[in-house]
Structures are given as structure tokens and as C-alpha cells.
Design a protein. Structure first.
Length: 175
């Protein structure tokens, strides 16, 4: 083996060994050791493994001694045409159809019965009474009809109570 080849091999070996022992911080997605809560469960510096003992805390859901509550979700995927139609959930404006028609974009709500109204000037207003099961997504498919000449759209729904009276009730002192 020539002297040049030997020098190259030794220098590569020294670089490999030197980089192995250099202490680099462990960073995953820039979190720098912070606790990340995903889906209501805590993942952080503490963990539970039933095969290693003793631990002073139990299995997940766990976050600094406090059990993290995971509430049931309910989502509505609004698949309607036209995409510019306004969406009202129980009388409150939620957005336009284009905001709630994708795979990852849905109308988040509480489980149970709701009234979903689609409104667009020049189209027949559509109201559907729906029931969304807990931990489920409901697909709402609607094709809005264009109005004929001389017809008018029904007005969008109003809230049962205006938000100011609801805020006043929540601010009233308890007797």
C-alpha cells in the first residue's frame, strides 16, 4: 500500500472517530425537550413502561401528575356546491363551504344534534338537521339549486339569542 493511500485512510478514520465522540444536542423537529400533547395524551420527559419498575406514576394519559382529559370530537365534512356558500351551524356563521370540504378541513363541533344551513344569494337556502355521533365525522352532501327569475333566497338563520345577552348572563353575579 502506498504512503498516500495510508495517509488518506488514517485521516478518514480519525474524522469518523472524532465525529462519533462529539456531543450534539438531540433535537427532533425543533421541540428542544418541551412536552408535546398529541390527541390529549402527554408525551414528554416522563414515560411509562410496565416492564421497568418502580415508577411513582401510572400509564397514560399522564402530564405532570394531572390526567389530561380527552373530550369526544365531532366533525362535519361539508361537500356542497357552490363552494362560496356560507355555512351556518345552529344559527351562527361558521365560514364558507370551501373551508370545510377537504380531507383535513372540517367543521368541528360537539357531538349531538345540530342544524346546518347553507346560504348564497341567488340559490335556494338549504337547512339540514343532522346528528353527529361522538368521535365521528359526518359527510354532508348538498347540491344547492339556482333560483329562477323573480324568486328570492330565504334569509340566513339568526341566533336564538344575541351574543350580548349571553355575555350579560355569564357576567351576572351568582346568588
Amino acid at each position: 500500500m502506498s504512503r498516500k493511500t495510508l495517509v488518506k485512510l488514517v485521516s478518514v478514520a480519525v474524522v469518523v472517530v472524532a465525529t462519533t465522540f462529539v456531543a450534539l444536542p438531540a433535537v427532533a423537529d425543533g421541540h428542544h425537550g418541551r412536552i408535546v400533547i398529541v390527541g390529549g395524551y402527554g408525551f414528554g420527559p416522563r414515560f411509562y413502561d410496565p416492564f421497568w419498575a418502580p415508577y411513582a406514576y401510572g400509564p397514560y394519559p399522564y402530564y405532570d401528575g394531572v390526567v389530561v382529559e380527552q373530550r369526544p370530537f365531532a366533525e362535519v365534512r361539508v361537500l356542497a356546491t357552490p363552494k362560496e356558500a356560507a355555512v351556518y351551524l345552529d344559527g351562527a356563521y361558521a365560514g364558507v363551504v370551501g373551508n370545510f370540504d377537504g380531507i383535513f378541513s372540517r367543521l368541528h363541533t360537539t357531538p349531538g344534534g345540530h342544524a346546518v344551513t347553507l346560504y348564497l344569494e341567488g340559490y335556494r337556502t338549504v337547512t339540514r338537521n343532522i346528528y353527529v355521533a361522538p368521535d365521528a365525522t359526518l359527510k354532508l352532501q348538498v347540491a344547492m339549486e339556482k333560483l329562477g327569475p323573480g324568486e328570492a333566497s330565504a334569509p340566513p338563520p339568526k341566533l336564538a339569542r344575541d351574543p350580548k345577552s349571553i355575555a350579560a348572563l355569564s357576567m351576572s353575579p351568582v346568588k
